[in-house]
Design a protein around this ligand. Structure first.
Ligand code: NAP
Length: 236
């Protein structure tokens, strides 16, 4: 496979979609480094995957990663921090600014710092989110952050060429991101979401990681947004 022997850096690689991507990339023969915010979260990484501490809300942490990192072929951004859920009338300015500070500026900061390390044959894949284009009530904050990243990524695909830049846009996917919900609430939220989707189910981390690795490996895909959301961008 095209990824064998390549260096892949996965931001947010300790859990959920990022972790599944790290495991699949390693199985495909890539040399994988996964980031988490602490030594404790990195200790849970499977054997054969290197760990690096990164908090992308902290410019010094991002600079330290870039300084210690060697050349990278494929950069995957799959981290999740503050998110601004809720109806437009109820999401306050502080919550939306916190969401931009986390995911938008976090991704931006890492791409800025790591782009000079990226090989010309390499790629960047940003994991965004179906809310960016699904027009679902209660997701204007998610739409704004992920939509801004998707718009930026297409310009980067031109500016950073021949490096490729793509976005993979997941729908609801069963990951640790929902660990804070009580079990019953999580199960019924997943079931209600699945019932509205053309695919009839929510996603697994492997559904999304397969798409991420496909965009990294296929040297003819750039400036694309791949919806891996069970049809959420179509649902009404
Ligand atoms: N799951 C979904 O339903 C869904 C739907 C649409 C879009 N997405 C997007 O998919 C991406 C991955 O989501 P997920 O569900 O896989 O998340 P997750 O399971 O909660 O994992 C989040 C990852 O991000 C890392 N992280 C958290 N805060 C960070 C920070 N400040 N700096 C750097 N890394 C940080 C975590 O590291 P630690 O080990 O330190 O916690 C962990 O590796 C996110 O961009 C999310 O918005 C997810």
């Amino acid at each position: 496979m095209a990824l064998a022997g390549t260096n892949i850096l996965i931001v947010g690689g300790t859990k959920g979609i990022g972790r599944a991507t790290a495991v699949a990339a390693r199985a495909a023969g890539a040399i994988v480094t996964a980031t988490g915010r602490s030594a404790e979260s990195l200790a849970e990484l499977p054997e054969g995957i290197a760990g690096a501490v990164l908090d992308f809300t902290d410019p010094a942490s991002v600079s330290a990663l870039a300084e210690t990192s060697g050349a990278v072929d494929h950069l995957v951004l799959s981290a999740s921090d503050a998110a601004a859920w809720g109806a437009f009338a109820e999401v306050g300015e502080d919550a939306l600014r916190a969401a931009f500070d986390a995911k938008y500026w976090g991704y931006w900061r890492v791409i800025h710092a790591m782009a000079p390390k990226l090989s010309p044959q390499g790629s960047i894949t940003l994991v965004t989110g179906a809310a960016a284009r699904a027009a679902l009530a209660g997701t204007s904050g998610l739409a704004a952050v992920n939509g801004a990243l998707e718009a930026m990524a297409k310009v980067l695909a031109v500016e950073l060429a021949p490096r490729r830049v793509n976005t993979v846009s997941p729908g609801t996917t069963a990951t640790e991101a929902y660990a804070g919900l009580p079990n019953d609430a999580r199960t019924s939220m997943f079931a209600a979401t699945a019932a509205k989707l053309p695919a009839g189910r929510i996603g697994t981390p492997d559904d999304i990681s397969q798409a991420i690795l496909m965009t990294a490996a296929n040297s003819f895909i750039t400036g694309a947004t791949l919806d891996v959301d069970g049809g959420a961008h179509l649902a009404r």
